[in-house]
Design a binder for this molecule. Structure first.
Ligand code: HEC
Length: 97
């Protein structure tokens, strides 16, 4: 009797430890992962680079069209690369929605 319970216990442990691992690997498409990473980078860059000269702007205070112009004048001030410019833009526009 004891052995049956032990076997059931051990195999349920094995199932529980294997199942989440294999499904999370299968469910992570590369493009979605890098977009989320870039968005997180944009947020970090925004929070670190955009409060040096003035207070941190409120992303929801401007429309996505206004942000195009703002980023075109602010990205050079903050010395962002083209990529960083894009990530910060994607981030501030995502906050609006
Ligand atoms: C080197 C200094 C400097 C840095 C760095 C800087 N800004 Fe600015 N920012 C300014 C100045 C000066 C103004 C006001 C004059 C102007 O509009 O050009 C301004 C104005 C703004 C405004 C108001 C624009 C408006 O039309 O009301 C926003 C929004 C803004 N900045 C966002 C940002 C963001 C986002 C970043 C980071 C990518 C950033 N700024 C980095 C100097 C800076």
């Amino acid at each position: 009797m004891k052995n049956i319970f032990l076997t059931a216990f051990v195999s349920s442990l094995l199932l529980a430890s294997c199942t989440p691992k294999s499904s999370s690997v299968a469910e992570a498409p590369k493009s979605a992962t890098s977009t989320a990473e870039q968005m997180a980078q944009g947020k970090t860059i925004f929070e670190n680079s955009c409060k040096r000269c003035h207070g941190l702007p409120d992303p929801t205070a401007y429309t996505s069209v206004q942000w195009v112009g703002i980023m075109n004048s602010m990205a050079p001030k903050a010395k962002l690369t083209d990529e960083q410019h894009q990530w910060v833009y994607d981030y501030v526009v995502s906050v609006k929605k």
